[in-house]
Design a protein around this ligand. Structure first.
Ligand code: MGP
Ligand code: SAH
Length: 215
């Protein structure tokens, strides 16, 4: 492992080919990218479930999800508030030869949100770093960054009829149910426990607006 990385990164470095199968072609990322990027096989599967129309990856990071969306969806918009993350994402997307298929935007998702429309909104926000796993139950009201899960869902559901959230494995399932029931009429919810090599890695929550009805 290069000396520049802190000891925290060691376990992620050991998983580098799980994170990016083309790692040796020059994949590059920063410290937050290492501990946040969605492992390739998981991102590939999530993209297969979101494969149609326009997808917005609202917290792009170093591009783990955006690269897979670009291989399955008609149009991908990739947003991150950190210009260097968008730089890494663009570079990594070029390694997968999909950089031309993604519109990269440096910006704050919450500021851009009122101007966005899509078929699917994908949310993979900061969980508060690797320490998320130190608590028994992850509380979306207090631990998600930069805004709580309720704000995130409410903003996202104005943009698309499908909202997909990638969340910690210890997330409170009752809070996910509360989110779906908070919409009027309630949105359907499917929660997937994501296992990789026999280990629970994370949870993906798929929310969908019901086809008809109103309040
Ligand atoms: P982990 O729990 O830090 O790693 O993250 P691992 O290998 O399961 O550690 P172990 O010691 O429990 O074995 C698991 C996965 O969650 C990472 O590969 C990322 O895809 C995702 N992830 C982790 N963090 C801290 C974040 C985050 O802050 N934001 C997002 N979007 N994803 C994260
Ligand atoms: N799924 C990504 C990882 C996302 S990590 C991947 O596979 O690579 C979360 C990202 O959210 C970080 O890169 C961080 O810079 C970004 N972020 C934090 N606040 C944001 C905001 N308000 N708007 C857009 N991006 C934000």
């Amino acid at each position: 492992m290069p000396d520049a990385y802190s000891a925290t990164i060691e376990k992620y470095w050991c998983q580098r080919y799980i994170l990016f199968s083309r790692f040796d072609d020059g994949v590059n990322m920063d410290e937050e990218g290492w501990f946040s990027v969605t492992p390739e096989v998981i991102a590939h599967y999530q993209a297969s479930r979101c494969a149609s129309g326009t997808v917005i990856d609202c917290f792009t990071g170093v591009g783990g999800n955006a690269i897979q969306f670009a291989q399955r969806c008609n149009h991908v918009i990739a947003i991150d508030i950190d210009p260097s993350k968008i730089g890494f994402a663009r570079h990594n997307a070029a390694i997968y030869r999909v950089d031309d298929l993604i519109d990269f935007i440096v910006g704050d998702f919450f500021v851009l949100a009122p101007k966005l429309k899509a078929d699917t909104v994908f949310l993979s926000p900061p969980w508060g770093g690797p320490d998320y796993a130190k608590v028994e139950t992850y509380d979306m009201k207090t631990m998600l960054r930069p805004h709580d899960g309720y704000t995130l869902f409410n903003v996202a559901k104005e943009i698309a009829s499908r909202v997909v959230m990638f969340l910690p494995r210890n997330v409170n399932f009752n809070q996910l149910a509360e989110l779906s029931l908070s919409a009027c009429p309630p949105w359907s919810l499917e929660v997937e426990k994501v296992h990789l090599n026999g280990k629970l890695k994370a949870v993906t929550a798929y929310f969908s607006r019901p086809p008809v009805g109103g309040c």
